[in-house]
Every structure is written in structure tokens, then in C-alpha cells.
Design a protein around this ligand. Structure first.
Ligand SMILES: Cc1ncc(COP(=O)(O)O)c(C=O)c1O
Length: 371
């Protein structure tokens, strides 16, 4: 079944301009890319530099390459529950994984687990000046401890890179405390443009470096400067602009589905919506929905909701990673019990933009029947 839809206004935006792009005589490195940079930049308060890339992965790789070659920071701490591809992204960024950070409620590291991982690293001889922490905001929520984590890492002299693959459409907090935030516009992500990534940074030096890095050899540079073509074409930039134009409509559409699930669950359980939010049964708070883009609707199947683990696959969408990224090193014995428990005890319900009403109702009926 095809699940990815763009609002008609996005399709119109694209269709009414694509001929102009195709006949413009510039299919790369031209107006669409520049407009995309401006339009993405307008979502952020801080002075930002925006670099569109072929994917979130290549954007992260470039930022890590900057860390290793320009900042002499080659040690990375990664969170234990995220896309396994981050391991190869670190390798391509010329960095090595110095350790993993345990995840907790919301399937992301807490301030405490970041503190523990950084202090352990330092106690084992690691040097803060060489360290980068990469955090992934998962499931359409920002890491609940983000601001405290940013402050802690800043005080420790450790660089933070935010993997925002799931996070386009969330109201953005100040990003200047992180080196960069890297978004994904991949087809199944919160706001889809088929493929694509966006590196957003307030760091001018990184912004300038990225301008050179994404073009192999066009600009003057030292002979040993490593560049890589990870740009997108003008047509892809137009598609990205079209999708980004639909941000509010897509995220609103997803949140409306989340609200339906939330209301049905609270009614069935006889729990007030405000209590349900606090109950840690559901990872959703409609009163703080600006903090959320509706990318996933997550339910915990542990404790009270264990019957939900029987929910048929047809009524679910994929989990927020139901595996750890490094099975050899992320084990209960090595201190990752929280991560292992969290990933085993959640399920996600589908929140696709424009998901047909009868499908949404079928999910609600199936969930309610199990509660
Ligand atoms: C948490 C996370 N990080 C990074 C990525 C990579 O995104 P892209 O496919 O745009 O490289 C994904 C994609 O699945 C992801 O879920």
C-alpha cells in the first residue's frame, strides 16, 4: 500500500514551477537551492547557515568530517537506540565510536545517561576536547532533556550534533548550543521530499566549510582538502521546497490522527487526558503538541498495556527502532538495561498524513478491543 502523500498545494507548487526549472538552463547549483536555503533558514530564529544534502546521512557525515578534520574531534558517543546506519556514518565522517549512551523513557538518553557516558569516557582516559556527542531526536519528539544536556555538554567542552532525521516540523528551540542539526526529507519521514537532508548550523566556520565540502573541486582549496559531491539537483531542491511548504498541513494532519488515538484510549481506560499524558503509557501530550510533529504515536506495552503487544501488524507502523545499533556492545551486562527494556516495550500506531479515515478507525477499534 502506498502511504506517502503530499498535500495538493505542494503538488501544485512543484508542478507550476518544474517546467521553468527544466528549461532554465541550470539544473544544478542555481536558484532553487538558494531559495530552499532561505526558506529553511526562515524557520529558525538564530542566524543560520543551511546546506541541503542528498540525505540526512550524508549531512551528518559531512558534519562529523568537519569535526574530525577541522576541530580534531574524532571520538563519538552515540545513543544506543537509533538507526544502525549511524555506525557507518561515523566511519565515513572519519570518527570512531568511543561508546554508547543508554536510552530511557521516550527512547532517548536522559541528562543523567549523557552525564554518565561522558564522565565514564573521561575517567577512562577520553579527552573532552576530542569528543562529539550525537543525539537522535526520535519519533517526532525532541529529547525531553535537550536543554539540560546542551548546558552540560557546553560546560564540559564537548560538541553536540543533533540528528533531527525525524524532527522537521517541530517548533525549534535555540540551536546555537549545538554545532549542527541535521534533518531528513526522506520519503517516509515527517515531511517527505523523496530524498534529501538539511544541515542547519549557526556556526559560520562550519557553514563556510560545508559550502566547499559539498563540491569536489570547484572552489580554491588546499590540495589535501577532502570534498564530496553530496549536493541535490535543482529539481530535487524544488521538490524539497514544495514539501517544506506543506509543513504545517502535514504535521497538523498527523497530529489530528494522534488526537483521535489519544481520545479513544483515554475514553476506553477512563483516564482523563491530562492524566494519560502523565501516566507514561502514551508518548504524546496534546497540550504541548508544538513540541511534536506527529511522526509516531507511541504506546508502551509494558505494565498496564501489555495486551497491546498482541496488536496485529496491519494496525501498527514501525517501532522507533526495535533493535539496538550494536548488539555486541549494547547489552544488559554492559549497563544498557533501560535501552533494552524501552525498545522491547513500545509499539507505534500509523500517523501518515492523509491516512484514510476508515484505516484510522480500524486502528482505533483494534486498539480499544485490546485495552
Ligand atoms: C534516527 C535516524 N537518523 C538518520 C536517518 C537517516 O536519514 P536519511 O535516510 O535521510 O539518510 C534515519 C532514517 O531512517 C533515522 O531514522
Amino acid at each position: 500500500m502506498s502511504l506517502v502523500h503530499l498535500p495538493p498545494s505542494c503538488v501544485d507548487f512543484f508542478m507550476s514551477r518544474v517546467e521553468g526549472v527544466l528549461t532554465s538552463g541550470s539544473l544544478a547549483e542555481s536558484t532553487q537551492i538558494e531559495l530552499l536555503k532561505i526558506e529553511v533558514g526562515s524557520y529558525f530564529d538564530d542566524k543560520t547557515y543551511v546546506m541541503p544534502t542528498s540525505s540526512n546521512g550524508t549531512g551528518l557525515m559531512a558534519v562529523l568530517r568537519y569535526c574530525s578534520s577541522e576541530l580534531a574531534r574524532s571520538d563519538v558517543l552515540l545513543q544506543a537506540n537509533t538507526m544502525s546506519g549511524l555506525i557507518s556514518i561515523c566511519a565515513h565522517g572519519n570518527t570512531s565510536i568511543a561508546g554508547y549512551i543508554d536510552c530511557d523513557y521516550a527512547l532517548m538518553p536522559t541528562l543523567k545517561s549523557v552525564q554518565r557516558a561522558v564522565i565514564d569516557h573521561i575517567n577512562n582516559g577520553g579527552i573532552p576536547d576530542r569528543l562529539v556527542v550525537v543525539l537522535s531526536h526520535l519519533g517526532g519528539l525532541l529529547n525531553p532533556d535537550l536543554e539540560d544536556i546542551q548546558l552540560f555538554l557546553e560546560n564540559q567542552g564537548v560538541v553536540l550534533v543533533e540528528d533531527c532525521a525525524h524532527s522537521w516540523g517541530i517548533e525549534v528551540p535555540a540551536i546555537s548550543k549545538s554545532l549542527a542539526s541535521v534533518y531528513s526529507l526522506y520519503s517516509t519521514k515527517a515531511v517527505p521530499a523523496g530524498e534529501g537532508g538539511l544541515v542547519v548550523t549557526t556556526n559560520r566556520d562550519l557553514g563556510d566549510w560545508l559550502n566547499r565540502y559539498v563540491i569536489y573541486d570547484r572552489v580554491e582549496r588546499e590540495p589535501d582538502f577532502e570534498g564530496m559531491n553530496i549536493r541535490i539537483s535543482e529539481v530535487q531542491a524544488l521538490l524539497a521546497r514544495a514539501a517544506i511548504q506543506g509543513t504545517s498541513e502535514i504535521t497538523e494532519g498527523r497530529r489530528i490522527i494522534c488526537d483521535r488515538y489519544f481520545e479513544a484510549i483515554s475514553n476506553k481506560l477512563g483516564i482523563k487526558q491530562s492524566e494519560l499524558t502523565k501516566s507514561q503509557l502514551v508518548l504524546y501530550d496534546p497540550d504541548n503538541s508544538y513540541n511534536y510533529n506527529g511522526y509516531k504515536f507511541t504506546l508502551y506495552t509494558a505494565a498496564q498495556l501489555s495486551s497491546l503487544s498482541k496488536l496485529d501488524k496491519q494496525y501498527r507502523s514501525s517501532c522507533i527502532y526495535d533493535y539496538v545499533i550494536d548488539q555486541k556492545n549494547i547489552t544488559a551486562e554492559k549497563g544498557f538495561l533501560n535501552t533494552l527494556t524501552q525498545i522491547e516495550s513500545h509499539i507505534c500506531l500509523p500517523t501518515w498524513y492523509n491516512y484514510p479515515e476508515e484505516k484510522v478507525q480500524a486502528v482505533i477499534d483494534a486498539v480499544v478491543a485490546l485495552l
